[in-house]
Design a protein around this ligand. Structure first.
Ligand SMILES: Cc1cc2nc3c(=O)[nH]c(=O)nc-3n(C[C@H](O)[C@H](O)[C@H](O)COP(=O)(O)OP(=O)(O)OC[C@H]3O[C@@H](n4cnc5c(N)ncnc54)[C@H](O)[C@@H]3O)c2cc1C
Length: 295
């Protein structure tokens, strides 16, 4: 075997899509990188299938590392876990195939960002479970790596997935809309449930998915509380109690003395964001309850 897989791909694909790396580009997280020989900027599902088939035909060792937008900052960015890898950048698959406000789902491709999807839902009674990362990050990419939204774990938003398996076949698992048939949005279906099989796994390349659109609350507020490091244990116990008793909703974000420099607390202090949302009357009542509890 003399030819590298990236040269093999250049020969068999439209080579405007293939980028051979001479040096592996630096990663913002400064992770040591295994060797990456190049990247394919994927532009269609057929191309994903073709690349997987070519990897199978290639007479040597290689690995494919798919990512959606590749902004997994602090968690490896676009770095693969093994050597001799070719990255598949899927942000060119960026169609919103369907948005169904009434039923509460969207069918999207890996390149659809949380910013794009959020903007599409402005002035509707639906919204999405955004993360605290950039608007340019992929909704599916984050969910596939079990990211954390501000409402709950992103994996809970996945209803169905479309996957290219290692043998180059395309499949759908979980819940998908069917023309002319209404069914409850239930990702588990009947029998063994396969959606979560494909999160944090290397069992397939995801080319699309159905994601939940949430009911937009009538009102949302975020209470900011800062506290000194010596009160950390007391503060955590208190927030846990408030969360368990339903005084706050969503995911608690506690920032340490370094990250608060970005998030707006005073130097040397911790900061917590406490979300409350729901009917306006509930938010008012909870705001008063929190002020009473906070001593
Ligand atoms: C200031 C800051 C705040 C942040 N806040 C959050 C936060 O609140 N919550 C959070 O979860 N993260 C957060 N992050 C981390 C990170 O930026 C996000 O998780 C981001 O969404 C991940 O990048 P991405 O969406 O581009 O995913 P990608 O990098 O595209 O995907 C992540 C990984 O999932 C797998 N994958 C992706 N797409 C596919 C596919 N189509 N097929 C198969 N496998 C695939 C790959 O292993 C890939 O490396 C934060 C980062 C910073 C710097």
């Amino acid at each position: 075997m003399s030819e590298s897989f990236i040269s093999f791909l250049e020969k068999h694909l439209d080579n405007r899509n293939v980028v051979a790396y001479v040096n592996t580009p630096n990663d913002v997280g400064e992770y040591t990188s295994p060797s990456v020989s190049g990247r394919v900027d994927v532009s269609s599902i057929e191309q994903v299938i073709r690349i997987v088939q070519l990897a199978d035909q290639y007479d040597g060792e290689t690995a494919l590392y798919p990512y959606s937008t590749g902004f997994n900052w602090g968690l490896g960015s676009t770095k693969p876990p093994s050597d001799n890898t070719v990255q598949l950048k899927l942000n060119g698959l960026n169609k919103i195939r369907e948005i169904n406000i009434a039923e509460g789902y969207a069918v999207i491709e890996p390149g659809v960002t949380q910013g794009t999807l959020s903007r599409k839902l402005l002035n509707t009674n639906r919204f999405i479970n955004v993360t605290a990362s950039s608007a340019e990050t992929s909704f599916l990419g984050n969910a596939l790596d079990r990211g954390v939204g501000l409402r709950h774990q992103r994996t809970e938003d996945l209803l169905g997935l479309e996957i290219v398996l290692a043998n180059g076949t395309l499949h759908r698992v979980g819940w998908w809309p069917e023309q002319g048939k209404q069914s409850a949005l239930y990702s588990h279906g009947i029998g063994p449930s396969l959606v979560q099989f494909f999160t944090q796994s290397n069992l397939g390349i995801i080319t699309g998915g159905v994601v939940r659109l949430l009911n937009r609350p009538e009102k949302s507020r975020v209470a900011y509380i800062s506290f000194s490091p010596e009160n950390l244990e007391y503060a955590i116990n208190t927030f846990q109690h408030w969360s368990a008793q339903g005084l706050i909703h969503g995911v608690l974000k506690i920032y340490d003395e370094t990250s608060t420099l970005t998030y707006g607390a005073n130097k040397g202090e911790f900061l917590v964001h406490l979300p409350i949302s729901g009917a306006a009357s509930v938010v008012s009542a909870l705001s008063i309850a929190l002020e009473t509890e906070f001593v």
